[in-house]
Every structure is written in structure tokens, then in C-alpha cells.
Design a protein around this ligand. Sequence first.
Ligand SMILES: NC(=O)c1ccc[n+]([C@@H]2O[C@H](COP(=O)([O-])OP(=O)(O)OC[C@H]3O[C@@H](n4cnc5c(N)ncnc54)[C@H](OP(=O)(O)O)[C@@H]3O)[C@@H](O)[C@H]2O)c1
Length: 327
Amino acid sequence: MNQENMQVMVASAYGTADVLQLQTLKTPSPKANEILIRNYVTNVTAADIMMRTGLPKIGRLYLGLTKPKQPVLGFDFAGEIVAIGEAVTTFRIGDKVFGGTTKLGCYAEYVCVNQEDVITTIPENCSYEQAAPIASSANTVLNFLKGLAQIKANDRILINGASGGLGTYAVQYAKFVGAEVTGVCSSVNVALVQSLGADYVIDYTQEDFTKNRQHYDIIFDTVGKRSFSECKQSLSPTGTYLSSVIGLPLVLRSLVQAIFGKQKVKFSATGALPVKKRLAYLLEIREIMATGHLKSVIDRSYSLENLAQAHQYVEGGHKKGNVVVSC
Ligand SMILES: NC(=O)c1ccc[n+]([C@@H]2O[C@H](COP(=O)([O-])OP(=O)(O)OC[C@H]3O[C@@H](n4cnc5c(N)ncnc54)[C@H](OP(=O)(O)O)[C@@H]3O)[C@@H](O)[C@H]2O)c1
């Protein structure tokens, strides 16, 4: 049974983490095609920081020119269905579900999601905490490794930022498809990246992978720290460089390589993919999780009241895997 009112975190302006303020709002009612979810866990990533700060400013064209159009941020949800609209056929009250919605609103105890959005049921072997970060981070990894790079068994892949949100899923997914995986992280995270199955781990504080004369079919820079120019000599002649951090030099370089080069430079904004594509990735990850081949690394867990602290920690740029928030 849902309550009349709910706790939400509101960002009524762009700014530092203290713009996030706890408020009580009326619990929404699902429209015909919508599902009302008691949202137990959400997730904080670098994308949340961009939405809260409105930086880079180009993003404000979509988010709102002077302040967030949707003041309740939060993309990921994991919870239980407590009410459904009259046209909902694919889910039932009581289903445990997870996913992500570009309509945001997940920094809240309750969220309404269209039944055709990026949403599915949580596998039985998986907790709300495990499920919450998947739709943003693991989905991005499938978009890059499966969609853009078409990774396959025996490919040699290097993952830079292997201890982060994207990196921890990327190591596991690449191993799952049978690739040979080299993870790059700092000394404190070497054991973590090994535990995820990486064949080789390079400590970036001790060794520069761009100078070790190894060659990779795919280099996935999950944290935007090493450019294509730096990685070029470490890529096989027809290799693919991927970067999740989009900027003008990357865009220009990808165009040049697409026309003149055998080595490819690729990027994508996963949130801008069609819902159907993102849902297909979510369903695929769900199956991998259900068979125990992929897990979410949880670094820290915060309460909704302490969301500002979660934002500050993520902003530091050194989280290990994921930072989740109980709502
Ligand atoms: N294009 C898309 O569709 C898309 C989707 C999602 C995210 N993104 C972007 O992808 C980026 C990464 O997201 P994320 O959630 O994975 O980030 P994250 O978890 O916050 O990244 C933190 C990790 O980065 C590592 N790191 C920091 N400096 C490093 C360096 N110099 N070399 C190697 N690793 C380093 C840290 O390891 P140490 O502590 O060991 O240094 C830490 O584990 C963000 O910029 C985000 O906006 C893009």
C-alpha cells in the first residue's frame, strides 16, 4: 500500500551538493500506462553530478536553461510495484523491478515509470542494491563493448579505469564473452580488479600502459584519461579505441579515423539511444546476472537524507564500482 506523501530530494537550482534538499511531496498516481514503484535503492554516478551542476553548460539545453526542469534528479531505480495503471499488462503489483528512466525522479521513495520504459524484473538471486546501478552503468558497458566494438572471444581488451562504475562491469562482461582482459587502476584497486576476473592488471601509478609495447584489439577508456593519440601505438592495426567521455577532440578524431584510418575511434551517449535498444541491453544483462556471471561492486551506501554526501564522494572521482542510496 502506497502512502499519500513521500520523501524526495529536490535540486531547485544548479550548484554544489548542498542544493539537494529533502522535501515532502504528494506521492504520484500512475497514469494508464504507468507503474508506481516503491523505490528502495537508487544510484549516484558522474552523470548525476553533471545534472546537479548543469555542467558542461551545453547539457542545460536539455536539462533546463537556468535551473533543472525536473528538480527531482535520479536516473536509476530498484523497488517493488505498488500500483499499476489500467492499461498495464506486462507487470503486476508485487513485482520486484529495476531500470532507469530519462524522465529522472528517482531520488524519491516512489517513482512512476511507463511500462514500456527501460524496466524489467529483478532476478531472484539479486538484491535491490545489486540491481540499482545496472541501467546506467552496465547498460553503458554493453552499448560500448557489444554495440560499438562488437567484442568477441579471444579479443585482447584493455580497460582503463577498471575499478570504476563502468570499469568493474566492463571487466566482468569482457571476461564473460571470453576476451583476454587487462585492467588499469591504481595500487589500492589492483586486488579488486583481479577479483573481477581480469587476466592482467596494470597499476597506473607504477606503469604506463601506452609505453609497454603490448597491443590490444580494443582499448576502452572508461574515465576519459587517455586520448586516442596516446593509445594509438598500443592498438592493433585494425583496433578500436572507445571513450565514454565525449568532447570535441574525440568527435573530430572519430571522423578523421572513420575516413582515413584502419584503427577506429568510437563513442556514444547511451542515454540518447532508443528505449528499445536500452531495454534489450538491460534484458541481456539481467540474464547474465541471473546466471551469476556479473555482479555490482558496491563501494558505499547512503540514505536519501545523506544524498549530498554521496554526491560529494562520487565527485571525488575515485569511487570503486558503485555508490547506492537507500530511499
Ligand atoms: N557516454 C556514455 O554513455 C556514458 C555513460 C555513463 C558514464 N559516462 C561517463 O563515463 C565516465 C566514467 O563513469 P564511471 O561511473 O565509471 O566513473 P567513476 O566510477 O566515478 O570512476 C572512478 C574510477 O576512476 C578511476 N580513475 C581515476 N583516475 C584514473 C586514472 N588516471 N587512470 C585510471 N583510472 C582512474 C578511479 O580509480 P583509482 O581510484 O584507482 O584512481 C575510480 O575507481 C564519467 O565521465 C561518466 O560521465 C558516459
